[in-house]
Ligand binder design. Structure first.
Ligand code: MCN
Length: 775
C-alpha cells in the first residue's frame, strides 16, 4: 500500500496548552469541588506522638457528639482490610507495611488512629477532640545514623533492626581499582528531607453508584487504575465493583503516586453509611501525613588515576524511609544506587543502598526519585576531585564521560520495577560543552575577579546526569472517530499538570492529518478508560503518547480499508491526505474520516465480513526497555557576604528528551523542576527534633520559593531519539528537579571556595557561617 505520510504539523511545535484556558479561568474541577447531595465529612485523628503503644481508645463521647455519624478504629475494620500495599519490594525486603489505621502502635506523628464522620467539616473536626486515646510512649528515633546504631529503638522488633532493605549493585572489580589507584577520595554527603507540596492537597470523595451500587472513588491521584487495583486488594472487593475517578489534579510530583489510608477509609465509611463521604486534607495534615522525600546519606569513595580518570566508585547509602512503607518505598534507594555514575564511564562500581525505618513520616518518590541525590553526590565528587588535582572541572568531566559512540551502554545495574540499565542514546559531552558555553564559563574567571573587586562573590556550578524515564510495563489508548469526523482519545495516562491533552492531541492530529481542535483527549476515569497504568517516572509522553499515536495509526489503516471497499479501489491505490482517504492520482475521489466513520455504523450497507462496525482502535504500547534522558544544568549565582543571601543570576539547562513533542511544554516542565530543586537547596526543610517530633507544621515554618526567587531559565534542546518507541520520545517531566540541586550546590561551593557535603537548605544564616571570616 502506498500511503503518502502526512506532513507533521504539530509535533515539534510550541502548541499552546489546550487545557489552560479552563484552568486559568477557574473552571477546573478538583476533588474539593465535587459536591454530591447528602455528602458527609470525614476527619482523621492522627497520632500526636512519634512512637507509642495505644493502651486505650474510647470513642463513646465522640459518637454522642452533635452530627457525628460514625467513628472507626482499627478494631472496627480489622476483619475487612489488609495492610496497604508496597509494590517495589525485593525478595529479602522486610515489609514495614502500614495498616489503614494504627494497629495498637503508632510510629510517626500524623499516623491515622481513628476516622470520624459527621454531617459537616466543623462538627467532624470538633468531635475528633472527644476521642480519648491513651498512649504509652516508646523511645523514638529520627536520625539515620542513630537508627542504624546497635542500641537504636526498634520500630519493628520482629525485624531485629531498622534496616528493612538493601539494594546491591556490583559492576567490575572496585577492590582492584582501589588497591592500585593513585588517588582515593572519600566524602560523606547528607541530603535533607523535603516534600512535593503540590498546590492542591490530597482529597477523596467516596460514593455508591445509585444504579449499580458500585463503589465510586474520586481521588486526587496520579494513577487511578492502580488505586482501583489496590483498593480491590485491600477491601477484597472485585475491581468490577469499583470506579475510580481522578478529576483535575493540582499537581502531585510523586506524592500522589501513592495509595493512602484515606483512600480506604472513605470507601469503608460510605459503604457503612450509604452516603457520600468526603475528606479534604488541610495543609497541616499534608505536612505530616502525605509522603515526604529525598532524605539520604551517602558515603562515597572514588578511585582516581593521575590524569583524573575515575576508575572505581564505592557508595554506601542510607535512605530515611520514615515509619512505614509507602506504595513506592525502595525506589529512591534503588534509583540512586543504580544511577550514581551518571554519564561517566567509571568501569568498576559497588553500591549498597539501605532503606532504614525511623519515626518520621513515610518517605517515597518525589520528582526525580533518587536521581537528584545521585546527581548531587556524583557532581560534588567531580568538583572535589578536579579541585584537588588542579584540573578544570569541565575537562575532568569530559575525560570521564561516555561519548555517543559508546552508546548503547550496559551499565550493569538494575532499577526496581523498571529493569536493567542500558543507556540508549545521547551526546553527553556535547551537552556539557554547550552548557558551559551558554553559561559563559570560558570567560567566567575574568567576571569573577571583577566582581570580587566590588565585594561580590560569584560562582558557577554544573550538574550532568542521565535519567531513567519512560518505564513500562505499558500504557493503553483507544482512538475513536465519530460520524462528524471528530476524534476521541482515551488514555490510561493520568495527567496532573503535564499537558497531555495538548501533546497527545499533537501526536494524534499529525497521524491523522487533521486539525488539533478535532481531537478530544479523555483520561482519569476507570469506567471511561478501562485499562491504564498512570503518570509517573516521566513515562507518559513516550509510553502513553506512543500508544495514542499507534491507535490513531491503526484507525487510519482501518479507514483506508473501509474507504477502499466503498470506493471500490484497492486500498493500495489510496493515500491518506488532510484527514481523508483519496485515490492516488485522482484527488477528487476521496472519503473523509467522518464519511468513513458514518459508513461503519449500523443501518448502512453492510461492510464485508471481518470488517469492524466502527472506526475505533485500541493499542497497548509496551516499553521494551528504559529510555534514558540526559541534561546539563549550569547555574551562576551570587552570594551577598553581608547577609548570606544567594541570588541565582543565570541558569541554563541543556536538555535531551529525544524527539520533542512540544518544546514549550518541555520548557515548562524544566522550569517547574528547577523551582523545586531551588526550593530544596535554599528554602525547604522538614525539620524534626531528636525525638522525631516534627517542627515544620505549617507553611509558615516550611518556606517555599516564589516567583521572585526564580532565575530566568534558558533551555537548550538536544534531541537524541530513542529506538525504544517508534517516535523517539523520552521523558521530560523530572529533569528540571534532578539536576538543579547538584548545579546550585556546586555553584555555591564555587562562590564560597569551600567543600560542601550537604544539599542544604542553604539559608542565609548557614551561608554566613561558611564565609571564611566566620568559619
Ligand atoms: N513531552 C514532550 N516531549 C518529550 C517528552 C515529553 O513534549 N520528548 C511532554 C509530554 O507529552 C507531557 C510532558 O512533556 O505533556 C511531560 O511528559 P513526561 O516526561 O512523559 O512525564 P509524564 O507526563 O509522565 O509526567 C510525570 C512527571 C513526573 S514523574 C513528575 S513527578 C511530575 C512531572 O511529570 N509531576 C508534575 N511534571 C509535573 N508537572 C506538573 N505541572 N505537576 C506535577 O505534579
Amino acid at each position: 500500500m502506498t500511503v503518502t505520510p502526512a506532513r507533521p504539523k504539530y509535533v515539534g511545535g510550541a502548541v499552546p496548552r489546550r487545557e489552560d484556558p479552563r484552568l486559568l479561568l477557574g473552571r477546573g474541577r478538583y476533588v474539593a469541588d465535587i459536591a454530591l447531595p447528602g455528602t458527609v465529612s470525614l476527619a482523621v485523628l492522627r497520632s500526636p506522638v512519634p512512637h507509642a503503644r495505644i493502651t486505650r481508645i474510647d470513642t463513646s463521647a465522640a459518637l454522642a457528639a452533635e452530627g457525628v455519624l460514625a467513628v472507626l478504629t482499627f478494631d472496627d475494620i480489622r476483619a475487612e482490610v489488609t495492610p496497604l500495599p508496597c509494590i517495589d519490594v525485593y525478595p529479602d525486603t522486610r515489609p514495614a507495611l502500614q495498616t489503614v489505621l494504627a494497629d495498637g502502635v503508632v510510629r510517626y506523628v500524623g499516623e491515622p488512629v481513628a476516622a470520624l464522620v459527621a454531617t459537616d467539616d466543623y462538627l467532624a473536626e470538633d468531635a475528633l477532640d472527644l476521642i480519648e486515646v491513651d498512649y504509652q510512649e516508646l523511645p523514638a528515633v529520627a536520625d539515620l545514623e542513630r537508627a542504624v546504631a546497635p542500641d537504636a529503638p526498634l520500630l519493628y522488633p520482629e525485624f531485629g533492626g531498622n534496616v528493612v532493605n538493601t539494594v546491591h549493585q556490583d559492576v567490575g572489580d572496585p577492590d582492584e581499582s582501589f588497591a592500585t589507584a593513585e588517588h582515593v577520595y572519600q566524602e560523606t554527603f547528607t541530603i535533607h528531607r523535603y516534600a512535593p507540596v503540590p498546590m492542591e492537597t490530597r482529597g477523596v470523595v467516596a460514593d455508591l453508584d445509585p444504579i449499580t451500587d458500585r463503589l465510586v472513588l474520586y481521588t486526587s491521584t496520579q494513577f487511578p487504575h492502580l488505586v482501583r487495583q489496590f483498593l480491590s486488594g485491600v477491601l477484597s472487593l472485585p475491581e468490577s465493583g469499583i470506579r475510580v475517578v481522578a478529576p483535575d489534579v493540582g499537581g502531585g510530583f510523586g506524592g500522589k503516586c501513592e495509595f493512602y489510608p484515606e483512600e480506604v477509609l472513605a470507601p469503608l465509611l460510605t459503604r457503612r453509611l450509604r452516603r457520600p463521604v468526603k475528606w479534604i486534607e488541610d495543609r497541616r495534615e499534608h505536612l505530616v501525613a502525605a509522603s515526604h522525600a529525598r532524605e539520604q546519606r551517602h558515603r562515597v569513595s572514588a578511585a582516581v588515576a593521575a590524569d583524573g580518570t575515575v576508575t572505581a566508585l564505592d557508595v554506601e547509602s542510607w535512605t530515611n524511609n520514615g515509619a512505614a512503607f509507602c506504595t513506592l518505598a525502595t525506589t529512591p534507594a534503588s534509583i540512586s544506587s543504580a544511577m550514581t555514575r551518571g554519564p561517566y564511564r567509571i568501569p568498576n562500581y559497588r553500591a549498597r543502598a539501605h532503606t532504614v525505618v525511623t519515626n518520621k513520616t513515610p518517605l517515597a518518590v518525589y520528582r526525580g526519585a533518587g536521581h537528584p541525590q545521585a546527581a548531587l553526590v556524583m557532581e560534588r565528587m567531580m568538583d572535589i576531585i578536579a579541585a584537588d588535582l588542579g584540573l578544570d572541572r569541565v575537562e575532568l568531566r569530559l575525560r570521564n564521560m561516555l561519548g555517543p559512540a559508546e552508546l548503547p551502554n550496559d551499565r550493569g545495574t538494575d532499577i526496581v520495577l523498571a529493569g536493567h540499565v542500558v543507556y540508549d542514546t545521547g551526546d553527553y559531552p556535547e551537552s556539557l560543552r554547550r552548557g558551559a558555553e551558554l553559561i559563559g564559563y570560558p570567560e567566567f574567571e575574568i567576571e569573577r575577579r571583577a566582581a570580587l573587586g566590588q565585594g561580590r562573590m560569584l560562582g558557577i556550578g554544573f550538574c550532568c546526569f542521565v535519567e531513567e524515564t519512560a518505564i513500562g510495563p505499558y500504557e493503553s489508548a483507544v482512538v475513536r472517530v465519530d460520524g462528524a469526523g471528530k476524534v476521541t482519545v482515551l488514555t490510561g495516562s493520568s495527567p496532573h499538570g503535564q499537558g497531555h491533552v495538548t501533546t497527545f492531541s499533537q501526536l494524534v492530529a499529525d497521524e491523522l492529518d487533521i486539525d488539533i481542535a478535532d481531537v478530544t483527549v479523555l483520561h482519569g476515569d476507570t469506567d471511561v478508560v478501562t485499562e491504564g497504568v498512570g503518570t509517573f517516572a516521566s513515562r507518559s509522553g513516550a509510553i502513553g503518547g506512543a500508544a495514542a499515536r499507534r491507535a490513531a495509526e491503526a484507525v487510519k489503516h482501518k479507514a483506508l480499508a473501509i474507504a477502499g471497499h466503498l470506493l471500490e479501489i484497492d486500498p493500495a491505490d489510496l493515500e491518506w491526505h488532510d484527514g481523508a482517504a483519496r485515490a492516488l492520482g485522482s484527488p477528487d475521489t476521496s472519503m473523509s474520516l467522518g464519511q468513513i466513520a458514518t459508513a461503519a455504523t449500523p443501518w448502512n450497507p453492510p461492510l464485508p465480513g471481518g470488517m469492524d462496525w466502527n472506526l475505533t482502535a485500541t493499542y497497548q504500547h509496551q516499553a521494551p526497555g528504559i529510555a534514558f534522558s540526559n541534561a546539563t544544568h549550569a547555574a551562576k549565582l551570587e552570594v551577598d557576604p553581608e547577609t548570606g543571601q544567594v541570588r541565582v543570576l543565570d541558569y541554563v539547562v541543556v536538555h535531551d528528551c529525544g524527539t520533542v513533542i512540544n518544546p514549550m511544554i518541555v520548557e515548562g516542565q524544566v522550569h517547574g523542576g528547577v523551582a523545586q530543586g531551588l526550593g530544596g537547596t535554599f528554602f525547604e526543610e522538614l525539620v524534626y527534633d531528636e525525638q522525631a517530633r516534627p517542627k515544620t507544621r505549617t507553611l509558615h515554618d516550611y518556606l517555599m520559593p516564589t516567583v521572585g526567587d526564580m532565575p530566568w531559565i534558558r533551555t537548550s534542546h538536544m534531541q537524541s531519539p530513542t529506538p525504544l518507541n517508534p517516535y523517539g520520545i523520552k521523558g521530560a517531566g523530572e529533569g528540571g528537579a534532578s539536576g538543579s540541586p547538584g548545579a546550585l550546590v556546586n555553584a555555591l561551593a564555587d562562590a564560597l571556595g569551600v567543600t560542601l557535603t550537604s544539599d542544604g537548605p542553604w539559608t542565609p544564616e548557614r551561608v554566613l557561617e561558611l564565609l571564611p571570616e566566620n568559619s
